[in-house]
Write a protein that binds this ligand. Structure first.
Ligand code: GLN
Length: 454
């Protein structure tokens, strides 16, 4: 099999299903095909290196790609062609993967269904009337539909794990600091992480290995050794200590999600692990804390979109201030505006102590909940989401029910720990996900557990 064959298959599949699934915002076909030819020449010369050589990949559209349009799902970046590659993209190029195209997303990664994209609503390949999740909905859908072998997403409050669960694929949010965010269009900088979405745990481990590591261009990337994640896939989880938070199986979590986790725990027990119920007592504050902090950070990060430095500029302005206002009024969608307003409010003097500062304090308590549990247990296990995917249009009129979707994924970002979603049964023909959460920088134990379970 040549790289050209592989890339060809990818575009053929895209041709077959894309009008239904709608994953891609931009295809990179010409460059991908010529790159495939170059890689085939390398094969002929015996210059194949690494496990990812020639693999077709899709990249979420908030990760900048040199000379490939990058919109972040927003009208304000409709014609934005970056002049550099994100570090993760550069690393994938070093690994000789082939970028097939850029994947749809909720605008600036704000959303749980891909319905907040300024361009199109991606659909769930398992049932086209349902959402694929979000904000990396198309990153998950494209892998599930066989359009690409794997993809990159980003996860601020669940945006890799929730769509992976909804689409029946494997998605990991790495530890905060594990993967460079240089070239990731920032949403909430204290929470954002880039991570891999794949069909199998093994693929996921290979991909994470390729994109991890300290980066001088991102001061928050950590100087921590990157182990061989693939070597941790031993199949042996005897003696593993699992914690199951009672808050993750309680009120608000659907019957089907609860039962699928209980079944999964039986499987893990058979493999030699033990589990006990624990408590993460501050979980009930996580959603409010997250929406306050992430919106505050977003309001600051998105101030750079002013019609001067990037992308869209209004035609209808008489002076500079009007130009800023009109550009942002026309360029941003409703959800983005809602969050900028909330964030600006919570950061304003007079409200800062009551909202932003208080939320920071609660965040510390949430982080401590995890630290306490990890004193005694190796991993935390629960559902990825309270229910399977919902119907397109079902939650668009009520942002708060949309936010409630993230209740089980958000605490992980607030704590900065890594978490994976692996497929775990079905409800009404739609996939469910099992979430496995680990200690800081212990993706290896997560992968070992997920691989044994899968
Ligand atoms: N759905 C969450 C939100 O809307 C999470 C988004 C994300 O992780 N990027 O903020």
């Amino acid at each position: 099999l040549s790289v050209s064959d592989l890339v060809n298959e990818s575009y053929e599949r895209i041709g077959q299903v894309e009008d239904k699934v709608k994953s891609f915002l931009t295809l990179n076909e010409e460059k991908a095909r010529s790159q495939a030819k170059e890689l085939d020449e390398k094969i002929a010369k015996g210059e194949v290196k690494g496990n990812l050589f020639g693999m077709p990949i899709g990249v979420k559209d908030n990760i900048v790609t040199k000379n490939i349009r990058t919109t972040a799902g927003s009208k304000i970046l409709e014609n934005f062609d970056p002049i550099y590659d994100a570090t993760v993209v550069q690393k994938l190029q070093d690994a000789e993967t082939v970028t097939v195209g850029k994947l749809n997303m909720d605008e600036f990664a704000m959303g749980s269904s891909n319905e907040n994209s300024a361009y199109q609503a991606t659909r769930n390949p398992w049932n086209l009337e349902y959402v694929p999740g979000g904000s990396s909905g198309a990153s998950a859908a494209s892998v599930a539909a066989g359009e690409v072998l794997f993809s990159l997403g980003s996860d601020t409050g669940g945006s890799i794990r929730q769509p992976a669960a909804y689409c029946g694929v494997v998605g990991l949010k790495p530890t905060y600091g594990r993967v460079s965010r240089f070239g990731l269009i920032a949403f909430a900088s204290s929470l954002d992480q880039i991570g891999p979405i794949t069909n199998t745990v093994e693929d996921n481990a290979y991909l994470l290995e390729a994109i991890s590591g300290i980066d001088p261009m991102d001061s928050t990337s950590a100087n921590v050794q990157v182990p061989s994640f693939v070597n941790s896939l031993t199949g042996d989880i005897r003696g593993l200590k699992i914690a199951v938070p009672k808050e993750y199986l309680g009120e608000g979590v659907g019957e089907e999600a609860r039962n699928s986790v209980l079944e999964a725990l039986k499987v893990l027990e058979k493999l030699g692990a033990t589990w006990e119920e624990v408590s993460l007592p501050h979980s009930k504050y996580a959603l409010a804390t997250y929406y306050l902090l992430s919106s505050s950070e977003a309001s600051a990060n998105l101030s750079r979109f002013d019609g001067v430095r990037y992308g869209y500029r209004t035609d209808n302005a008489a002076n500079l201030i009007e130009m800023y206002k009109q550009t942002r009024a026309e360029g941003f969608g409703d959800e983005v505006k809602r969050r900028i307003m909330l964030g600006t409010f919570s950061l304003s003097s007079g409200y800062y102590d009551a909202y932003y500062k208080k939320a920071q304090k609660v965040r510390t308590l949430i982080k401590k909940d995890f630290e306490d549990v990890f004193q005694k247990y190796d991993v935390i296990v629960g559902p990825t989401t309270p229910t399977p995917a919902f119907k397109i249009g079902e939650k668009t009129s009520d942002p708060l029910t949309m936010y409630a979707n993230d209740i089980l994924t958000i605490p992980v970002n607030l704590a900065g720990v890594p978490g994976i979603s692996v497929p775990c049964g079905f409800a009404n023909g739609l996939p469910l996900g099992l979430q496995i959460i680990g200690r800081h920088f212990d993706e290896s134990t997560i992968y070992r557990t997920a691989h044994a379970f899968e």
